[in-house]
Design a protein around this ligand. Structure first.
Ligand code: ADP
Ligand code: MG
Length: 481
């Protein structure tokens, strides 16, 4: 896959520089990294015995190495794939990995995977895992569990509600609707609920998708004339969990909304649990039909606030523990103070810091922390204010600031306004979406969010556009001193 070609070799090279040559040849050289979007990388191994060994010895090394190489935090998931065993010949499997008993079991379970008559504890375990993974047609990030979710003032209600729902599906709040800005933990919490339901209620079936995933399933069903089986697939489940349901609200998805409406009703009528997340409260989702808005408000609506300082510190400490490294409190404080609006960026800064320290063979220091911050949130001049940003953007497009703040919907004014939103977000990360919206003439926060996304996407595709944004950014910084 694309990911493999682009990054696979780089990850291998990075790992090679970090372990002994013999270790590299034995354990790492033959591995394949498969990306499961958005943020999981799977590595296939012959059986569960290998999986335990890699988890113990290589998991954290691989996670940091992949983060360093790709610049993105992936969860590493090992999966048992019997064909993979030809990559590993027996004499490459060193004895210290385990007792001889473990070694024997490893062999047996490879055989058991191909000959269904086998016996033994490990064999059974391997088969159970395969079965249980077949039961669910979605992948979960193994790190997104309740144990790794830090609870603070900002997310207490949503967390408690998600726990209650996972304990007693269909009996606590129905639906549970969680909303909040980008990178605040919605996906983590929804998947934690999934993990918990799978563990505590293994007999219950789950339909878990993103809003986009639901729409894609729906479109595929229409195309392939497989509508009945799609309906069956959604409506026969015990639990329905949809992440980023606001996707249904943007632009011309009337048919998908209609289908979702009927799915919702079918399940809700028979007390099946429904959990939804969104970037804004139900009534602020653009073009969402009123009857869905009202249904989303039937149960519990819980909002994620941006993380307060204590929660940010607690999250950093927890992640540092997981990486088993030592970082002084002073350094953690600088990060917690600088990244206030987004937990993903908070985590990104920490990973970047660890990467920088590793690649330069130093201990994490304040200087490196500043460098990491620059990489993640850009160098932010404290003097920049939103008025300057609006002025400069208006000026660049030959409008006045007042025009940018007006109700005008002309294409070019709208584009300039969207760029204003985007740059304000980049250059003033401490401002909330509401504050940006009000500086731009009283725009709804969902409109601001939509603008930012739109510009971000375009800048990824259009190099010239990206260059324009860069120039504007530089100008604004220069002007602000
Ligand atoms: P969202 O879906 O709201 O955009 P995510 O769930 O993807 O956000 O979270 C972004 C990152 O921040 C993830 O890596 C997640 O594990 C981490 N994160 C978010 N909230 C918490 C929390 N309360 N405790 C620990 N990690 C968190
Ligand atoms: Mg998400």
């Amino acid at each position: 896959m694309g990911f493999n070609d682009e990054f696979g070799q780089k990850i291998l090279d990075n790992l090679k520089s970090q372990v002994e040559p013999k270790q590299y040849e034995t354990w790492i050289a033959g591995l394949n990294f498969i990306e499961v979007p958005p943020d999981i990388i799977t590595i296939s191994l012959p059986n569960t015995f290998y999986i335990e060994w890699y988890k113990k010895n290589y998991l954290s090394l691989m996670e940091t190495s992949i983060a360093e190489t790709t610049g993105k935090k992936y969860a590493v998931q090992f999966v048992a794939l019997p064909e993979q065993s030809r990559l590993f010949t027996d004499d490459l499997f060193p004895a210290p990995a385990s007792s001889l008993k473990g070694r024997r079991e490893a062999k047996q379970s490879v055989r058991a995977d191909t000959s269904p008559g086998g016996k033994g504890a490990v064999i059974k375990d391997a088969r159970e895992r395969t079965n249980s993974s077949n039961k669910y047609d979605f992948a979960l990030n193994p790190n997104y569990v309740f144990d790794r979710f830090v609870v603070g003032m900002c997310n207490r209600l949503a967390h408690a509600a998600a726990m209650a729902v996972a304990e007693n599906p269909g009996k606590a709040y129905n639906p549970l609707f969680i909303h909040g800005g980008v990178g605040l933990g919605k996906t983590h919490l929804l998947q934690a609920a999934c993990h918990q339901i799978i563990t505590k209620h293994p007999h219950l079936s789950i339909y878990y998708r993103s809003g986009e995933g639901f729409v894609n399933d729906y479109i595929a069903a229409v195309k392939n004339n497989a509508f009945e089986s799609f309906r069956q697939q959604c409506r026969s489940k015990d639990i329905l969990i949809i992440d980023d349901i606001h996707f249904l609200g943007s632009g011309g998805k009337t048919a998908s909304q209609e289908e979702f409406f009927h799915t919702f009703n079918a399940l809700h009528n028979v007390n099946k649990q429904i959990v939804l997340s969104s970037d804004s409260p139900p009534k602020e989702i653009p073009t969402l039909h009123e009857r869905l808005v009202s249904r989303f408000n039937w149960g519990m609506v819980a909002r994620f606030e941006p993380p307060d300082y204590e929660t940010r510190m607690a999250i950093l400490r927890k992640k540092i523990d997981a990486y088993k490294i030592n970082i002084e409190d002073d350094i953690i404080k600088v990060i917690a103070e600088s990244v206030s609006t987004n937990i993903r960026d908070l985590e990104g800064t920490l990973i970047r810091l660890i990467g920088l320290a590793r690649s330069s063979n130093q201990n994490p220091s304040l200087a490196l922390a500043h460098e990491a911050l620059k990489d993640i949130i850009g160098s932010v001049s404290p003097n920049i204010n939103i008025i300057t940003i609006i002025d400069m953007v208006a000026n660049y497009f030959n409008f006045s600031s007042t025009e940018l703040q007006s109700k005008s919907r002309s294409k070019s004014v709208s584009l300039a306004r969207q760029i204003g939103c985007y740059l304000a977000r980049q250059l003033k990360p401490d401002l909330s979406l509401e504050e940006i919206g009000s500086a731009l003439g009283g725009r709804e926060h969902s409109t601001v969010l939509h603008s930012i996304e739109k510009i971000r996407k375009r800048s990824q595709k259009d190099a010239q556009f990206k260059e324009t944004l860069k120039m504007l950014t530089a100008d604004i910084k220069k002007k602000s001193g």
